[in-house]
Design a protein around this ligand. Structure first.
Ligand code: NAD
Length: 332
């Protein structure tokens, strides 16, 4: 019998988890991991991106044997520490490329037709279209950074909008150009030619703040930026700078680098790192800016995707218990 602790499980899925992992001791919480509350004899940990799995967590859970992340991304887990302790970290390689691409498309369509402002003024009792002029997607150049699962789905969705799609990937797959409607270009060309740029790369040290003042300067005046990947890909200071000087016309983002402080505002009081504090302030400006739409890391959150995420995560756990480790990202 294994001791399994789950965090951040949506209340609707609690019974589903219970019914699918029988014969083990289960702790199921709908909150992010809390070191005060988590059972210290946990052997298997089910977690989500709203927790931070650092050395302190590994130290606090001496019996930990396996981590199942209910997500594709695992940048919130200290993989070095996991490797050192030989703890596999098993992810969900694919579950919702269509789901996340649909959210990127939603942000793009909402920005293009000033949807947020339109809905807001109508609810406030103003029923006219002054100041709400949008733009057509038809004929625009869209730059997709990252032609993996999500990027390619978005490229397919965009095909119906009569746009010109270009893409950059550090590891391009020329076969994809034959079967999907886009052309690979280098990153500088993508920056200079795109009316809209959408990010679909993982957060690595090499992609951290890839959108910075230098890259923003290379972009077209009036560019729109969509980010459903990770907040850390874009330096919030550069985004605010671009918005203030009109270089960037609008931003639709589902992710923030310091989102943990927006989820738990009381944590800001203990924020000592000056850079972190500055990024948090900049992201607060982004949230309040009239030309942005910020959603709360919600792109994955559809009924169908949640079921797929839960199923694969539970399969990862059951496989581990039966001695077969699968989807272990420490081995990549
Ligand atoms: P994927 O691994 O299928 O594709 C990533 C692509 O990025 C690959 O084609 C890879 O070659 C490319 N790449 C890697 N390093 C690069 C670099 N330095 N420069 C340019 N391209 C590079 O991943 P995916 O399933 O398409 O997901 C993309 C990201 O979206 C994930 O890493 C995750 O962080 C994020 N995501 C967010 C949500 C959400 O709810 N907002 C949900 C799922 C995934």
């Amino acid at each position: 019998m294994s001791k399994i602790s789950f965090t951040s499980i949506m209340p609707d899925l609690k019974d589903y988890v219970r019914n699918n992992i029988k014969g083990h001791s289960l702790e199921i919480s709908n909150k992010p991991l809390d070191l005060e509350k988590i059972k210290k004899d946990t052997e298997i940990l089910g977690v989500f991106v709203d927790s931070k799995i650092d050395k302190a967590v590994f130290d606090a859970l001496p019996k930990l044997k396996m981590i199942a992340t209910f997500s594709t991304g695992f940048d919130y887990i200290d993989l070095k520490e996991a490797k050192k302790r030989k703890i596999p970290v098993c992810n969900v390689p694919t579950y919702g490329e269509n789901t996340v691409a649909q959210h990127a498309m939603t942000l793009l369509l909402a920005l293009s037709r000033k949807l947020f402002q339109s809905v807001k003024i109508v609810k406030e009792g103003v029923y006219n279209y002054h100041g709400l002029c949008g733009f057509d997607l038809k004929g625009k150049t869209i730059g997709i950074i990252g032609t993996g699962h999500i990027g390619i789905h978005l490229i397919d969705m965009l095909a119906g909008f009569e746009v010109n799609t270009i893409a950059y990937d550090a590891f391009p797959n020329p076969e994809l150009e034959k079967t999907h409607k886009f052309k690979y270009v280098n990153l500088n060309k993508l920056y200079s030619d795109s009316d809209i740029i959408s990010l679909h790369v993982p957060l690595f040290p090499t992609t951290y703040h890839m959108i910075n003042k230098n890259s923003v300067k290379k972009m077209k005046d009036g560019v729109y930026i969509i980010n459903t990947a990770r907040g850390g890909l874009a330096d919030p200071e550069a985004l605010v700078w671009g918005l203030e000087n009109g270089k960037i016309a609008g931003i639709g983002t589902d992710v923030l680098e310091e989102e943990t402080y927006f989820q738990n505002p009381q944590k800001i009081l203990n924020l000592k790192d000056e850079k972190e504090l500055r990024r948090t302030l900049m992201e607060n400006i982004l949230i309040d800016h009239p030309n942005t739409i910020v959603t709360p890391h919600n792109a994955f959150n559809s009924v169908e995707a949640l079921k797929r995420i839960t199923d694969t995560s539970l399969e990862n756990i059951k496989a581990f218990i039966s001695g077969k480790v699968q989807n272990d990202v420490t081995k990549k």
